[in-house]
Design a protein around this ligand. Structure first.
Ligand code: AMP
Length: 301
């Protein structure tokens, strides 16, 4: 098993990253909030393949939680997380404190991406993505990676970060990694820990609904977006008692603008968020399916 070193300060993280660069090495970075599962590990394995040095961060970022959300109860397992990082060959785990990441009060600087953060999860969580882009921008400046890996499970987050990277000229290739699922189809998530056994048994209905929609298009020839939405709603409501649909939407794969009418040539993404007891579950599917991980300039390393 590789030796994994824990770093807790910005200064030390930057020192390690700069030393790697000076030695001519490439660096891959996987930001996480910990309580790691196979989804996170798949990002790390992909990063391991693509660069010489692999850095993961574990930081439960307070600014992306609204008051009343689950910041205090967010599951944590630092010892288990470090063992998991070591098992996939992470070289450095950056685990800063909140004070280390937000040393100045009040915090006057926020990085936010307009428009595409207002649909989907942005409707119910209007401040969430500004918290995400602010912390990811900070982490990018601290770690200075060549590539950064994000899961397609959080599709809106992936697209928003790509936009931030392009508009702010971060010299970083953003790689989107396919969603890792439980054997019954439920997308892996740290928040699945909130589900009761009964809710857990019903939760795979979300991905089933998305797969049915994709089959309607690829096998049934359906082209009407409103027909797809109606089918998905019915399928989710029919198979999950007590689930509250936050949204089920069809959006443009890059702009995330809600779409209606017929499926366009560039395809669509159907995304949903459903509150199941204490867990807000999200999932999405690309139609037609996209090929797995986005190639980066460093692929082949
Ligand atoms: P989180 O710790 O939830 O902030 O997630 C950290 C990273 O892991 C994000 O880029 C997520 O999109 C990604 N991720 C979380 N769950 C999965 C999954 N089931 N499959 C693939 N990537 C995931």
């Amino acid at each position: 098993m590789a030796h994994t070193e824990v770093l807790t300060t910005v200064a030390r993280m930057r020192e390690v990253s700069r030393a790697a660069r000076t030695a001519g090495k490439t660096l891959a970075f996987v930001p996480t909030m910990g309580y790691l599962h196979e989804g996170h590990l798949s990002l790390m394995r992909e990063g391991r393949q693509r660069a010489d040095v692999l850095v993961a961060s574990i930081f439960v970022n307070p600014t992306q939680f609204a008051p009343g959300e689950d910041l205090a109860s967010y599951p944590r397992d630092p010892a288990g997380d470090l063992a998991r990082c070591a098992s996939v060959g992470v070289d450095y785990v950056f685990m800063p404190s909140v004070e280390e990441m937000y040393p100045l009060a009040p915090q006057l600087v926020t990085v936010s991406v307009a428009q595409m953060t207002q649909s989907l999860c942005g409707v119910r969580r209007p401040e969430h993505f500004a918290g995400v882009t602010t912390v990811v921008a900070k982490l990018f400046h601290i770690v200075e990676p060549d590539i950064a890996l994000f899961g397609r499970k959080d599709y809106q987050q992936l697209v928003v970060i790509r936009r931030m990277v392009r508009e702010l000229f971060f010299p970083i290739a953003v790689v989107g990694v396919p969603t890792v699922r439980e054997p019954d189809g439920l997308a892996m998530s740290s928040r699945n820990a909130y589900l009761t056994p009964e809710q857990r048994a019903q939760a795979p209905a979300l991905y089933r609904a998305l797969c049915q929609v994709r089959a309607l298009v690829t096998e049934g020839g359906e082209t009407s977006i409103s027909a797809l939405l109606a089918h998905a709603r019915q399928s989710v409501l029919g198979s999950m008692d007590g689930a509250k649909i936050d949204y089920i939407e069809v959006v443009h794969p890059v702009t995330l603008k809600p779409m209606a009418g017929a499926i366009p040539a560039e395809g669509i993404v159907m995304a949903l968020a459903v509150q199941v007891g204490a867990a807000r579950l999200i999932d999405n599917i690309s139609i037609p399916p996209t090929s797995s991980p986005t190639p980066s300039p460093l692929s082949g390393k």
